[in-house]
Design a binder for this molecule. Structure first.
Ligand code: DAH
Length: 353
């Protein structure tokens, strides 16, 4: 068979291979097989040298025509395959905008902050204002001006976190005073009365610290809300009515309150307040240790000795104060069995509130 026939056979075979290439890699392989350095066409061209001078031009032209034909076919096939490839990619990467989005739970207020807000709101509704004081406090405000005797057990270094007072200097109008992390929000009473004359109706939320080991009913750091009212003609009846209203607003209208005599250095008389158990309605159950009552706060009539520290005329003014633990109220309201759950940050627990 002559070289022209070889070329024609090669053209037919090459065009068929190009047509059969299903994707760009296959087309690349066909290009190499027919037009590459070791390809079929190159092989035939090598044979040209053996031809006579008369045969060579025709064979050269024919081989050129085959190369051009194959190149054109390859280019056309490449365009077609690229379009198919692009369509496939677009289809594969298509986004279904009708699919529902992935939900990310929005953050929310921690239960402790929410309960604090609820307590504060109830008293704002009664016309109280919010007051605040420092967490790093002077012994003077935390104990002395709240009528604690120098040997009062709460002052012990085993119960209270003391800080070193770097100033080493006397405080204006107070003298020397130890520095500590406040053990209750009651010092805000004294700080407020120093600045603001009666009538005073304040609610003071905040963080407090005690040297307790964390257990189901104690945390070394927790929150309290303090209340203080000082005005003319304030009686224990006002205190009872106010706290009864608070308990019903906080826990439900059907709840009852009872006042048990107690002792606090800064109030006289003092009481602890119980709210009727929400689980058994007061009949007695495990939640209330069969008593029918749950203790929720301490309160009393402001002791005249406290008024003495802030120069309030005890002939003209009387007042009441109360203080409650926020963690405890949250635990009672939602049946949380262990206060530590409130601070461990376990989302499975926190998400419920
Ligand atoms: N400060 C008290 C405590 O930490 C709670 C308390 C009791 C506050 C009686 C008061 C009060 O204002 O009158 O346990």
């Amino acid at each position: 068979m002559g070289i022209i026939e070889d070329l024609e056979a090669l053209r037919a075979e090459g065009l068929a291979a190009v047509g059969a290439a299903g994707d760009l890699p296959a087309l690349g392989a066909a290009r190499v097989a027919y037009l590459g350095k070791k390809g079929s066409l190159t092989g035939i061209l090598r044979g040209l040298g053996a031809l006579s001078a008369e045969e060579r031009p025709a064979a050269g032209q024919a081989s050129n025509a085959v190369r051009v034909a194959l190149e054109e076919a390859i280019a056309a096939r490449e365009t077609a395959l690229s379009a198919v490839e692009l369509d496939r990619k677009v289809a594969a990467e298509a986004v279904d905008v009708t699919l529902p989005g992935r939900r990310r739970a929005p953050g929310h207020c921690h239960l402790i902050d929410r309960i604090t807000d609820e307590i504060v709101e109830i008293f704002l509704g009664l016309g109280y204002r919010v007051a605040e004081g420092p967490e790093v406090e002077l012994d003077y405000y935390n104990f002395t001006a709240l009528n604690h005797a120098p040997e009062h057990p709460a002052r012990a270094a085993t119960d209270t976190f003391y800080a070193r007072d770097l100033s080493g200097e006397a405080y204006e109008g107070i003298g020397l005073s130890d520095v500590l992390l406040r053990t209750h929000t009651s010092p805000v009473q004294v700080r407020h009365l120093e600045k603001c004359p009666p009538p005073v109706y304040i609610i003071a939320p905040g963080r407090v610290y005690r040297r307790d080991i964390a257990d189901p009913s104690h945390l070394p750091q927790f929150h309290q809300v303090e209340g203080l009212v000082v005005d003319e003609g304030i009686t224990f009846g006002d205190l009872k009515g106010t706290l009864d209203h608070f308990c019903k607003a906080m826990f439900g209208e059907e709840r009852r309150t009872r006042f048990r005599p107690h002792y606090f250095p800064f109030t006289e008389p003092s009481a602890e307040v119980d709210v009727s158990c929400g689980i058994c309605g007061g009949a007695g159950c495990r939640f209330c240790k069969n008593s029918g009552w749950l203790e929720i706060l301490g309160c009393g009539m402001v002791d005249p000795n406290v008024f003495g520290y802030v120069d309030i005329d005890t002939e003209r003014y009387t007042g009441f104060a109360f203080g409650m633990g926020v963690e405890r109220i949250a635990a009672l309201k939602y049946g949380v069995p262990d206060l530590r759950m409130l601070v461990e940050g376990d989302m499975r627990f926190l998400r419920q509130f």
